[in-house]
Design a protein around this ligand. Sequence first.
Ligand code: NDP
Length: 328
Amino acid sequence: MGTFKAIRIDKAEKGTAAALTQFDEAELMDGDVTIRVEWSDLNYKDGLAVTGKAPVVRRFPMIAGIDLAGTVEQSTHPHWKAGDKVICTGWGMGETHLGAYAEKARVKGDWLVRLPDAMSMRDAMAIGTAGFTAMLAVLALEQQGLTPNHGPMVVTGAAGGVGSVATALLSKLGYHVIASTGRVSEANYLKGLGAAEVIDRNELSGPAKPLARERWAGGIDSVGSTTLANVLSMTKYRGAVAACGLAAGMDLPASVAPFILRGVCLLGIDSVMCPMGLRKTAWNRLAGDLDPAKLTEITHEIGIDEVIAAAAKIIAGQVRGRVVVKIL
Ligand code: NDP
């Protein structure tokens, strides 16, 4: 057994420390599929793990990285054989199970999704957990019965990873998208993704009234806190909002008024433990519903040696769209 390159997180005197180093293959955790990792990406959660800003990492040493795309090297799982191209997102990778910023990973075969035919590994990671979560939010809104005829959709944190993919997806599906951002300088970028309107996030960041003027049929929120409370208070009768993030905070200083007076629904979105049937549906929809040109526009590429610096930037809100990480 040899070693491979990885971003390793260890406990430090104060918090945790991340370093790009050699990792011993003998230290890989149990799993029935060993993967040669070719691409990964950078999500907000990766930023938290690598910077140590929140206790995302639950085991030490850890290899950071919650998403990977790669080729199966060895498998004792009945569904997978050497040479298969796979995606793995969530399931505790980079948190409780050694993760994706590494040339090698060993995971459970039950966690894997086959790379869709029309999708490259790089594109799969350009989508990554953030894009997958945006798709889960769209599916939840559709399941709630919402269509473009019901009215506009607001997307908060629109210039971020979830927000950028959500904007592109909803506009492709025919929605009038209202993109809320703190970076109004990115208005052209957001309009290029299909936003019909761009609003300043300050409009949604103050204390929320129980009910406010009805502005949208629903939305996708990756910000949480007072932003989500405002989004709910401005949602039309029988609308629905998919909540998937906490970029501004984990609290929800809202009232029950939108729920009990307007029949508004709040839909919770989790990508980490998402069941396999829904995962496959979401990846197949992403292969068809996300315009490849928009995905290219959203994405920029870095090497594994640039991840630690990029992690600090995503936490500072300085990353636009999606970051894809070339591992091999
Ligand atoms: P990004 O950092 O790429 O995007 C977050 C965006 O939120 C920023 O770009 C910014 O958008 C906005 N934002 C940041 N800070 C604030 C603030 N203080 N107030 C208001 N808006 C703010 O992260 P991701 O897209 O990767 O993730 C977004 C959120 O979704 C995170 O909280 C993440 O943990 C969560 N998430 C949850 C998942 C789940 O399974 N439920 C899966 C994936 C992500 P702008 O500049 O446009 O204002």
